[in-house]
Design a protein around this ligand. Sequence first.
Ligand SMILES: Cc1cc2nc3c(=O)[nH]c(=O)nc-3n(C[C@H](O)[C@H](O)[C@H](O)COP(=O)(O)OP(=O)(O)OC[C@H]3O[C@@H](n4cnc5c(N)ncnc54)[C@H](O)[C@@H]3O)c2cc1C
Length: 371
Amino acid sequence: MRVVIIGAGIVGASAAYHLTKENNEVILIDAANEGQATAAGAGIICPWSSLERGENWYNIANEAAHFYPKFIEELKEQGEENVSYKKVGSLITASDEGKLQTHLQLLQERRTNAPLMGDVEQLSPEEARELFPVLDEQLHALYIPGAARVDGRLLTKTLLKLAKSNGVQYIEGVASLTVEGHQVTGVKVKDKIYEADRILMTAGAWAKDLLTPLDLSLHIKPQRGQIVHLHLPKIKTSDWPVISPVGSGHYIVSFDDSRVVIGATRETNSGFDYRMTAGGVAEVLHEGLTVAPGLADGTVAEIRIGFRPMGEDLLPLIGPIEQIENLYIANGLGPSGLTIGPFVGKLISEMIQEKSMALDLAPYNPKRAIF
Ligand SMILES: Cc1cc2nc3c(=O)[nH]c(=O)nc-3n(C[C@H](O)[C@H](O)[C@H](O)COP(=O)(O)OP(=O)(O)OC[C@H]3O[C@@H](n4cnc5c(N)ncnc54)[C@H](O)[C@@H]3O)c2cc1C
């Protein structure tokens, strides 16, 4: 089968990898837009402590978190030894121990269907600081040993490399759809049309533009995230756990190269305004240094900006576009696409090939967001 994929973030790269592995002919097109979410994402994989996103979100996110270790093993078998995925654990922190109880109860309930999570422990401030030495001295914590982190850029690059070695044709350019009646016949880049049996849109926050010429409106909006990377010279940060303060959308995640990342703004009406703002950077640094004052001496190495693809109900959109034959979408992964994206790429590739799927995708049918 010949499949054209539009968008090479984590979702498109994973779909391309899975489709080429099954010997499909794949053309992958990417516009290299500034603000690709995958390139800016923090990379926390810990769906279990999320309180507010509902059962359907939790089910796919939990499955996706459990898919990761197997997927990483599969990549290792192909010679990709380090794609930065690491189980470093997560500390849910609060100054008042009592505030951790709702989370503890929820985590214990979820433990039965989430073996990867591991046994959650309550830690004193001293014990928490043994795991994360720059943490505020007053903070109590819950420790979730199964939480992980991944560098979205590196994982995506690896998937693209493997897809290329499986024969994917990669094209840089802005794609648009060519349609006859109710059937999509191909994809246009500059003056060239690429015909296909199936077309998959994994264009993140920009996907709406692809459907506008078809008189279809897709309810996906960009949400800007500004995220700060610190360098802590000579400090080994590779095993530091993720920090998630109770009641805050902010977090800290650490990587191998003495790098600590503080995230992030959630700017819902930002449009595609690719800028770092004084207010955004101040907010992120303030939140980060409140929880981890020991980071104050870190070097500000980089500030990344990304546009999260946000649907109205925070649930992914995965499946066919009802109004147009042979056209599929995988989108709406919002703030959790580095967790869910690799798994969604696999699911949509199975759907396109009409194979049986690892999860019932009915709750994620995109028709609820396309009018
Ligand atoms: C600051 C920040 C922190 C985050 N932290 C986390 C986290 O800790 N954990 C987590 O799980 N998730 C996190 N996320 C969310 C995650 O990064 C996203 O949900 C995910 O990367 C979305 O992937 P995507 O492939 O759908 O979109 P994208 O990565 O945005 O990729 C879409 C691609 O489509 C291309 N494109 C668009 N239009 C066209 C066109 N017409 N033609 C050709 N190409 C086109 C673009 O160039 C782009 O490369 C974070 C996001 C941000 C911004």
